[in-house]
Write a protein that binds this ligand. Structure first.
Ligand code: PGA
Ligand code: ZN
Length: 426
């Protein structure tokens, strides 16, 4: 049973405050967790509690920290840490709002994850072995190489150009392959005279290029330079993050760097053209968060590749069910802090797997040294993991040996529309 919780304000990788806490059980088991924070957040996400005022530009989390040690602790004290759902229900009930905004979704998630850690510690297990039904696979990483949008001062309109090392057979080989692509991309950018020395929020490059498509050309040249065969060894994933450049009042999508204004179907056609010319296996947030009609068009047109809903589904069981009923997208990005508790995030993974939707466990652009999300990807068998680039410690922490050299996992192939899911790592 939970005896005490101590909370603290930490800084995330963008230098903004975030919530951490330690749960201690009556038996002396301890679990610690720090939560991440996004920048291109969807409007349907759970709400972080921020202090406002002068301190840290209003981003302080002292009130959330106080709520962890006050109202939320009172709500969960005495509940067994092995009953994750009971703890999460009590947290939700204490807050009382749909979006967690009264006591803070950041405060709620910190306790939820620290509870899981304490339960694992109490059983003498690493987190990945204590959550879910037992790990069967290591996730295929989806790794950021070039950033735009809210993560790179809008140097490009499309937010993430990532790679998936689809030919790798082990996690170590996957990471080495991607590190080679990242290094080669730096050389290609330098040769093109693009500014490439600055690092974007997720550890990728944030170059000023003449068009969004040019980022795909840069990656293609980098693959060649790295000696990798497109489609066989390496593939491209993009996160369009279309909510960020969508005007709901006009219903149009605007790319500032190219001075282009598009209707949803024009944007879908552009993405179809990219997919014909480049080895793209996954497109995230092709359309804006509430453009369900546009999403249906995209699913009809591009459904042969992985269509991943981030701002669309916001890790919400209800929104995912609507997507499944409407046959929209075929994969879901899972970010526990979009919904608030581990139980709800796990429910999303289960709903997705039953419906044949792929799952990608994802970090946020504001991350910390904590790596519980890599453990969840393994324990929940999500199949894929999106963590940022191959540098900056808040990213590489998710690849470190404790999260990587997992004891016996065996290869297992899951059926589905995605090439990525046909190869899981050992
Ligand atoms: P965010 O970005 O953490 O800033 O929301 C990540 C993403 O859009 O996938
Ligand atoms: Zn996204």
């Amino acid at each position: 049973p939970i005896e005490t919780i101590t909370a603290f304000e930490a800084l995330d990788s963008r230098g903004r405050p975030t919530v951490g806490c330690t749960v201690v059980t009556r038996g002396g088991a301890r679990g610690r967790a720090i939560v991440p924070s996004g920048a291109s957040t969807g409007s349907h996400e759970a709400r972080e509690l921020r202090d406002g005022g002068e301190r840290y530009g209003g981003y302080g989390v002292r009130r959330a920290v106080a709520n962890v040690e006050g109202e939320l602790l009172r709500a969960v004290r005495g509940i067994d840490v092995t009953d994750q759902e009971a703890v999460d229900r009590a947290l939700r009930k204490a807050d009382g709002t749909q979006d967690g905004g009264r006591l803070g979704a950041n405060a709620i998630l910190a306790i939820s994850v620290a509870t899981a850690q304490a339960a694992a510690a109490g059983r003498g297990l690493p987190l990945y072995a204590a959550v879910g039904d037992g790990p069967r696979t290591l996730p295929m990483p989806m790794i950021n190489i070039i950033s735009g949008g809210a993560h790179a001062a809008r140097a490009l309109d499309v937010q993430d150009f990532l790679v998936v090392p689809v030919g790798a057979t082990t996690f170590a080989e996957a990471i080495e392959t991607v590190a080679r692509v990242r290094a080669a991309t730096g050389e290609v950018l330098r040769d093109r005279g693009a500014t490439w020395a600055l690092v974007a929020d997720e550890g990728g490059y944030g170059p000023q290029l003449s068009s969004n498509r040019e980022a795909l050309e840069v990656l293609s040249v980098a693959f060649e330079r790295a000696g990798l065969i497109p489609g066989d060894d390496i593939a491209i994933a993009i996160d369009v993050a279309a909510t960020q450049f969508h005007s709901p009042s006009e219903g149009t999508y605007v790319w500032e760097t190219e001075n282009r204004r598009m209707q949803a179907d024009e944007l879908v056609e552009e993405l179809a053209a990219w997919s014909a010319d480049f080895p793209i296996v996954s497109i995230e947030d092709a359309l804006a968060e509430d453009d369900w009609d546009g999403w249906r068009t995209a699913t009809d047109r591009l459904g042969g590749i992985q269509l991943l809903g981030d701002d669309l589904f916001v890790t919400s069981p209800d929104r995912l069910r609507r997507g499944i009923d409407d046959a929209v997208a075929n994969a879901v990005l899972v970010k526990p802090n979009q919904i608030g508790t581990l139980s709800e995030a796990r429910e999303v993974v289960e709903i997705a797997h039953v419906a044949g939707y792929a799952t990608v466990l994802s970090a946020r652009s504001g991350e910390t040294e904590d790596h519980w999300l890599a453990d969840l990807a393994i324990g929940w068998n999500t199949g894929q993991l999106k963590i940022g680039s191959t540098m900056r410690s808040e990213r590489t922490a998710k690849m470190e040996p404790s999260a990587r050299d997992r004891a016996r996992t065996r290869r297992r192939h899951r059926a589905g529309p995605s090439k990525i899911r046909e190869r899981v790592l050992t």
